[in-house]
Ligand binder design. Structure first.
Ligand code: G3H
Ligand code: 13P
Ligand code: ZN
Length: 315
């Protein structure tokens, strides 16, 4: 019943074949919707903040809102920096009271990613904060992409083991076919589960049993939400996410953290568009913002039950 690190969350998630939802936050309604949804299903959750969300809301507001949500709901919450681009941002998050940070050095060359991640891990561990890193580049998968081209961006299993051995990072985000945003696939959705399994097996062979893997770009891009946006004036075309069955499969494997931001954005926008279209004379923000909060909470509850499998993980 507190602000915690992800260590115990991931241990239980791996052993019990589920994943913990990591939801991006940047305002009060989203924080309330996610934590109330988690509370309703007795689930732990991760609230994560990107650098641009940190700039938008400010670390003091974000930490204050998360503290309030923990006090209100009594659930275990990890406050995590999402895609920390540099040491400075990591330091700011830790000084602001975050319990977990991601250092995303995936765009650097391999040795530079290793060196920078080591520096972050040392700093964070000294302060009791856990670290997620990333290896491989997320990209959309198209049916006509050649295997070679796809392999070039996917996480290399041998390199993943070397990276974890050398950096001592607590969890690793890998690229197996997911991508950020609402347009993930032009053709059929496809994830490289064999690669995930190979990484897990190699890690286990090298003494990293039950090592937690993270899946970014894991929104399912619900077609009802997209349709609702479009019905009430939006124009979102060709959006496609990761099917729920694939996410569920990943959660039952080594994936212990599933990142979702786009789904929250779509739900919030759909609810606000509908509310404004149906009540053109209303101008109290509490009206449309509470509609958004209700829809996001039901989205989160659906994720916990149908995708993550983390119901009752507070027990
Ligand atoms: O992975 C990226 C997240 O969706 C955060 O996006 O930088 O626009 O807040 P953002
Ligand atoms: P989506 O864009 O699929 O929601 O991914 C979010 C994410 O990975 C945040 O780090
Ligand atoms: Zn991400």
């Amino acid at each position: 019943m507190a602000l915690v690190t992800t260590t115990d969350m991931f241990k239980k998630a791996f052993e019990n074949k589920y994943a913990v939802g990591a939801f991006n936050i940047n305002n009060m309604e989203i924080v309330q919707a996610v934590t109330r949804g988690a509370k309703a299903l007795n689930s732990v959750c991760i609230l994560q903040v990107s650098k641009s969300a940190l700039n938008y809301a400010g670390p003091k507001y974000l930490k204050g809102m998360v503290d309030a949500a923990v006090a209100e709901t009594g659930i275990d919450v990890a406050l995590h920096l999402d895609h920390g681009p540099d040491f400075e941002t990591v330091k700011l998050a830790i000084e602001s009271g975050f319990t977990s940070v991601m250092f995303d050095g995936s765009h650097f060359d391999y040795e530079e990613n290793v060196a920078k991640t080591i520096e972050v891990v040392k700093y964070a561990h000294d302060k009791g904060v856990v670290v997620e890193a990333e290896l491989g580049k997320l990209a959309g998968v198209e049916d006509d992409v050649k295997v070679d081209a796809a392999n070039a961006t996917y996480t290399d299993p041998e390199q993943a083991v070397d990276f974890i051995q050398r950096t001592g990072v607590d969890s690793l985000a890998i690229a197996i076919g997911t991508s950020h945003g609402a347009y993930k696939f032009k053709g059929e959705p496809k994830l490289d589960f064999n690669r995930l399994e190979t990484i897990t097996n190699l890690l286990e062979k090298e003494g990293f049993k039950n090592y937690p893997i993270v899946l970014h770009g894991a929104s399912s891009v619900d077609e009802n939400c997209v349709a609702m946006c479009n019905k009430y004036g939006g124009s979102i075309n060709g959006a496609k996410g990761i099917p729920n069955e694939m996410l569920r499969k990943a959660a039952s494997m080594a994936v212990c953290k599933i990142n979702m931001d786009t789904d929250i954005r779509l739900a919030m926008t759909a609810a606000i568009r509908k509310s404004m279209a149906e009540k053109p004379d209303a101008f109290d923000p509490r009206g449309y913002l509470s509609d958004a909060r209700v829809l996001i909470q039901s989205l989160v509850e659906g994720k916990i039950k149908d995708v993550l499998g983390s119901e009752n993980s507070m027990n």
